[in-house]
Design a protein around this ligand. Structure first.
Ligand code: BDR
Ligand code: CA
Length: 313
């Protein structure tokens, strides 16, 4: 199995992403790093530890506490509407009794990038604050990481927290922009793709029939489905990012550059996607110093659902 860090703000779909990652058998999860986002950082840390316990990994996988606020802005706005007041629906999970890690999420990522230079995948399913802090402390993080796959942004579709911005990118736009301009090899898995892979009421029945090991996930997904819309299903945002770490064919992706809006309050966190294409951007645009400086850093951007069926996987 390949070394990976999962950086999350659990969060219901974050929790499901963790269980999915463990279930693939493909990964050696070196750390579960938490970050504030869906709920405040103290709560995502507690949730992360409780989930590690519930999934039977709390003695093997260290859980780290992450950034309590975005790089430059007021504390994260909560997403309790979709995740419940404490982030995990109606669950009241037992706290983990494993010793608390004192190393922060960003410090753990930096250490692991040195221990597994060129091999470490980082999957981020919350605001990108921890990754940005790691890069700010040591820009070499960008070249030591094999790939960063993050759930966030909306390249060509509307947002889900504002008309133009997706929640994770909006929550800490300065972090997101720092990350995509750092030179780190990245794949952005945003709403363009996640809205296409939906979980439906009939999938709930499959989970319910799967037995005790899926009982928690089944309750969480039932809560999430009701918070979205039971009739049209709920997107599998964070699990899809985990899937893409192993197999890009869950999405269709293109080469391009992402620039995140940090100046405007109105369009805060909008992810502007500049395709890498001989005819585009148009010369008048590419001659802009902002754009030409930024298009040096090219990433992979998911633009839709891929040929391989993620929902079945
Ligand atoms: C993202 O926002 C969070 O609420 C979800 O966990 C997911 O990471 C979707 O916009
Ligand atoms: Ca999340």
């Amino acid at each position: 199995p390949a070394p990976i860090v999962l950086d999350s703000d659990p969060g219901i779909d974050d929790a499901v992403a963790l269980q999915y990652l463990l279930g693939t058998g493909l990964w050696d999860l070196r750390a579960y790093t938490t970050v504030g986002g869906n709920v405040p950082a103290a709560q995502t840390f507690r949730n992360g530890r409780a989930l590690a316990r519930a999934f039977g990994i709390d003695r093997d996988v260290p859980v780290h506490r992450g950034a309590g606020r975005p790089l430059t802005r007021l504390p994260y706005a909560a997403a309790g509407e979709f995740h419940g007041p404490a982030g995990l629906g109606a669950e009241e999970l037992s706290d983990s009794t494993a010793p608390e890690q004192t190393e922060s999420s960003a410090q753990a990522m930096l250490r692991l990038s040195r221990e597994h230079e060129g091999e470490l995948t980082v999957c981020a399913t919350g605001p990108l604050t921890n990754v940005a802090l790691a890069l700010s402390e040591d820009p070499g993080f960008a070249r030591r990481v094999k790939r960063l796959v993050f759930m966030g942004g909306a390249a060509e579709v509307p947002g889900n927290i504002t008309p133009v911005a997706e929640f994770n990118a909006w929550a800490d736009p300065d972090a997101a922009d720092l990350v995509v301009s750092s030179g780190i090899p990245y794949t952005m898995v945003g709403l363009d793709a996640t809205h296409g892979w939906r979980f439906h009421a009939e999938d709930l029945r499959t989970l319910e029939e799967a037995g005790q090991g899926m009982a928690l996930t089944s309750r969480l997904m039932s809560w999430y489905l009701n918070a979205y819309d039971p009739a049209s299903g709920c997107p599998l945002h964070d699990p899809l990012a985990v899937g893409v770490c192993a197999d890009e064919s869950f999405v269709t992706a293109a080469d391009g550059t992402v620039v995140v809006e940090t100046a405007s309050e109105l369009t805060r966190g909008k992810t502007v996607f500049i395709p890498y294409d001989a005819d585009y951007p148009r010369p008048y645009y590419s001659e802009s110093p902002l754009v030409s400086a930024r298009t040096e850093h090219r990433g992979r951007i998911a633009l839709g659902t891929g040929p391989r069926d993620f929902a079945k996987d």
